[in-house]
Design a protein around this ligand. Structure first.
Ligand code: SF4
Length: 394
């Protein structure tokens, strides 16, 4: 068994009372079996309420069934009452682990940090230009995720991720000639990556292990016009996506009125978007988006940030292809989240009178976007359907 972790994984320390986006609100806090055992032994008034919630929760109890504020969050201090009064061992397991994402794929355990934590986002922004995994001799003892035990295929998944990361490094960041030229290099790289993912997917569907090996062991091909397959790989912009597609993504269940209570920062950014784009026709909306983007880049908005975000996404989530064999879906998710992050950044930029945010505000945008956009399978599926309708016409 090998262990690997993001290079800055060990730097994470919860900001606790200093945190501007406390994770104790905005989502349900599930309770594990070991939490239930401990809480059933607790005494006192609060313990009664807690055990009632456990009882009413049936098979899947939550500390806060409605997903609002955790009843144990001490608002003024921003601290957890359970932890403060009874000690760290009384924190629910999920709170002890968050924002660590630890997955045992069988041959390897990978450890990353969810960016839905503002401190993890801040660390990401600080380290974004050198993202990589480091090998570790030891790691957590976790049950294996899923039931795929095909180690040879796992190696192919790892190799294909390495190829994609190499392409992003070579063509979009550092000294790459396109890096300074708006998003041109990134847009071209994304088209190659999407086509590459399609080829990996085809090889899998046809059980063509020789073709899969060839694709995974060699650099991502440069596809020429003669390779175009209008049906499967249309020549459409992937970054930035047209405003019509972003409008549709915003019209999914992404925005919810109850965000006002649960994720107020994201609620505000969404309302900036509504104020700017709702009154405009599609054409005028596209013009306004382009103007805002140009102003953002002129003010010093980093094009490389979106490349690095996709790299983070791949390092953290691409391994799931081992379980679901869905190369294209994983890439499409990465592309659509990267686009939504840009949209949220532009909303923050517009709200601040076209000034770039400081590091913590930038981290908050990323954290609140991830909190809503990446942790609901149903919502991601809905957003994915919008993306594929645009990209593949179905
Ligand atoms: S969001 Fe991160 S830093 Fe803030 S309280 Fe939660 S774990 Fe701590």
């Amino acid at each position: 068994m090998k262990y690997r972790k993001l290079s800055y994984f060990d730097e994470f320390h919860c900001r606790a009372g200093e945190c501007p986006e406390n994770c104790c609100r905005g989502w349900q806090i599930p309770l594990a079996e070991e939490d239930l055992t401990r809480y059933r032994e607790m005494k006192g008034e609060k313990a009664l309420g807690l055990n009632l919630r456990i009882l009413l929760g049936g098979k899947d109890p939550f500390l806060n069934p409605t997903g609002g504020k955790c009843p144990y969050l001490l608002e003024k201090e921003g601290l957890c009452e359970l932890q403060k009064k009874r000690g760290e061992e009384y924190l629910p397991l999920v709170c002890k682990l968050f924002p660590r994402r630890q997955i045992n794929y069988g041959p390897v355990t990978e450890q990353s940090l969810f960016l839905s934590c503002v401190e993890a986002s801040r660390l990401f922004l600080e380290h974004e230009s050198g993202l990589h995994y480091i090998e570790d001799e030891n790691g957590p003892d976790l049950p294996v995720y899923g039931d795929n035990d095909d180690e040879a295929y796992f190696r192919r998944v790892e190799e294909s991720r390495e190829r994609i990361l190499e392409l992003l490094d070579d063509t979009c960041v550092g000294n790459a000639p396109e890096a300074a030229d708006g998003f041109y290099g990134f847009e071209e790289a994304l088209k190659r990556i999407r086509r590459y993912a399609g080829a990996l997917q085809d090889a899998c569907i046809r059980y063509d292990s020789e073709r899969l090996r060839e694709l995974c062991e060699n650099p991502v091909p440069v596809y020429g016009k003669e390779d175009a397959d209008e049906e499967k790989q249309p020549d459409k912009s992937l970054f930035p996506l047209p405003i019509t597609v972003l409008n549709e993504l915003m019209s999914t269940r992404f925005y919810q009125k109850k965000m006002k209570e649960k994720i107020p920062e994201l609620y505000r950014l969404c309302h900036v978007y509504f104020r700017i784009f709702d009154p405009l026709t599609e054409e005028a909306g596209q013009e306004r988006f382009d103007e805002l983007l140009s102003a953002y880049l002129r003010a010093g908005g980093r094009t490389s940030k979106y490349v690095h975000y996709l790299q983070y996404y791949l390092l953290t989530y691409y391994g799931e292809v081992f379980e679901d064999y869905s190369f294209t879906r994983r890439i499409d998710y990465g592309i659509l989240h990267t686009n939504m992050l840009l949209l949220m950044d532009l909303c923050r930029f517009a709200e601040a009178g076209q000034k770039l945010p400081d590091l913590i505000s930038e981290a908050r945008t990323l954290a609140v976007y991830e909190k809503r956009g990446l942790h609901s399978r149903d919502l991601q599926r809905e957003m994915y359907d919008v993306f594929t309708k645009y990209y593949l016409g179905r």
